[in-house]
Design a protein around this ligand. Structure first.
Ligand SMILES: [Zn+2]
Length: 159
């Protein structure tokens, strides 16, 4: 069974993604690309430059809750992001993962992660999550996240 209209609430206060989406203006790192349905952000707590997160713009907690219209936009977006990341970071492939299990982060979010040719073997596959959830001193700086966001946005225009 499919649906054309989302049934979930538009935004849920206290949800990290919804709270960001409600802000009147976002820095490039929080708005790498957006449409009426999806927003792409740079992960805020990663040590891996170019780690992106793709978020539906309404509060959805399971992939099954996405509408057909959201789904239709998601597929090409993921491929375009893979191409843009290859162009900007030189990655040889991109990982795509969706869990939404962390406390306060139940809002569906797809991780789109550039995998460099020289990524350490012990960080490949799901072990790449060792590069997420890091203390501030180990994260890609906000300035660098903004720089990457603008470069990825520019690359997306050419995909
Ligand atoms: Zn939410």
């Amino acid at each position: 069974m499919t649906s054309a209209v989302g049934a979930g609430p538009a935004r849920v206060p206290g949800c990290y993604s919804c709270d960001r989406d409600a802000l009147p203006a976002l820095p490039p790192r929080e708005d790498v690309w957006s449409s009426a349905l999806w927003r792409v952000a740079h992960a805020f707590d990663t040590a891996l430059p170019g780690w992106l997160v793709v978020l539906p713009r309404r509060h959805v907690v399971a992939m099954a809750e996405l509408t057909d219209v959201e789904a239709v936009e998601l597929g090409p977006l993921l491929v375009d992001l893979g191409r843009a990341l290859a162009s900007v970071t030189g990655c040889v492939k991109t990982y795509v993962m969706q869990f939404a299990e962390a406390e306060g982060f139940g809002h569906v979010h797809l991780h789109v992660v550039p995998r460099a040719a020289d990524l350490a073997p012990e960080l490949r596959g799901p072990r790449v999550f060792a590069l997420l959830g890091l203390p501030e001193a180990e994260r890609v700086s906000e300035g660098e996240q903004d720089r990457l966001a603008l470069a990825i946005r520019a690359a997306l225009r050419h995909t």
